[in-house]
Design a protein around this ligand. Structure first.
Ligand code: BTN
Length: 322
């Protein structure tokens, strides 16, 4: 109900009376008052005027559904929020195991045990980054799952472009980068049997409002705030990005990877470049000459073309490999 009240307050240019809210939402005046009080406690700045009613002046910097929903266009998206959790991916996987459906999104202000790819740790300070995990239940074979990374990374790039007019690139499989610095990491996990995927959890961590990074990663990481030089509206950015990711997941599910591949290639930081790809048992140097139908990277070396499903790519930059 809080979401509906926020939506109503947002939708009117000036004041809206308690009576009008109660009529439109079919709740009592006392319930309206109770929800307005709760919103104020949350950090909303709501002006109240005896004759005119309520006017919403400001919403808090929290990734809660009542504030994010405003930016969502797909009615199937359902945002669930926690102030703190170990990992939104773990939260989403547990919920998916209990039957939670596609496009339920878990957001949190802080993770105590955020996970990165290949067993790495993902850390961020309270309220600075954007972190969320989306449940997705496509009707695909496990071998096709890596393609989900393409949809998610494209959604992140597109959302940042819409919200802050910045063109970011994708370092295969799904790091979103600005020059040689990482802005966003994506951890895609799945539950599947040999034939079919049961569910996928796509976890997204975006450096949004960090003004600096620890010295060991400051040459490899940046935030949207550092790129645009102003404080980021995390809620708006998260909402727009979630909406865009869901749009690309939908396109992927309906039309397959071929449909979104041209856009992925357009945003690729590695296509046509000399790269090093570190796989568990080997390290290959070659040129990235394309991507396979399930999201593999195509690398051309002196001995011909080869496709890799997973690995860590580094790219020859101005100062060597980054
Ligand atoms: C990487 O680049 O290694 C992937 C990082 C993914 C981080 C996100 S933050 C939200 C979600 N929850 C996690 O524990 N990890 C992902």
């Amino acid at each position: 109900m809080k979401s509906e009240i926020v939506r109503l307050l947002f939708s009117c240019e000036d004041f809206i009376s308690g009576e009008e809210i109660s009529k439109k939402l079919n709740i009592t005046r006392a319930a309206v008052w109770k929800h307005i009080k709760a919103l104020k406690e949350d950090g909303c700045i709501i002006e109240a005027h005896t004759n005119k009613g309520y006017s919403l002046k400001e919403t808090p910097d929290l990734l809660k559904p009542e504030y994010i929903n405003k930016y969502l266009t797909n009615k199937d998206v359902c945002v669930k929020w926690k102030n703190e959790t170990d990992s939104t991916n773990t939260l989403a996987k547990n919920a998916a195991r209990k039957g939670e459906g596609s496009y339920t999104v878990y957001t949190a202000e802080h993770q105590t045990a955020g996970k990165g790819r290949i067993g790495r740790v993902w850390t961020s300070s309270f309220g600075e980054a954007i972190q969320f995990s989306i449940i997705f239940r496509p009707n695909i074979a496990p071998s096709q799952a890596p393609a989900i990374n393409f949809a998610a990374a494209l959604g992140v790039c597109s959302g940042i472009k819409i919200a802050y007019k910045q063109d970011l690139r994708i370092k295969w499989p799904n790091d979103v980068v600005y020059g040689s610095k990482k802005v966003c990491g994506i951890l895609t996990e799945m539950s599947a049997d040999m034939d079919r995927v049961e569910f996928i959890v796509c976890g997204v961590g975006i450096n949004a409002n960090q003004q600096s990074f620890p010295s060991d990663i400051s040459d490899r990481a940046t935030s949207i705030r550092q790129i645009v030089g102003e404080k980021i509206d995390r809620v708006r950015l998260a909402g727009i990005i979630i909406d865009e990711i869901v749009k690309y997941l939908d396109l992927y599910e309906k039309y397959g990877l071929e449909h979104i591949l041209p856009q992925y290639i357009e945003h690729s930081a590695v296509i046509g470049k000399e790269i090093t790809i570190k796989c568990p048992n080997e390290e290959i140097i070659g040129v990235c000459t394309g991507f396979g139908r399930n999201g593999e990277i195509e690398v051309t070396t002196d001995t011909g073309k080869a496709y890799y499903h997973a690995g860590d790519v580094s790219l020859r930059g101005v100062d060597g490999y980054v």
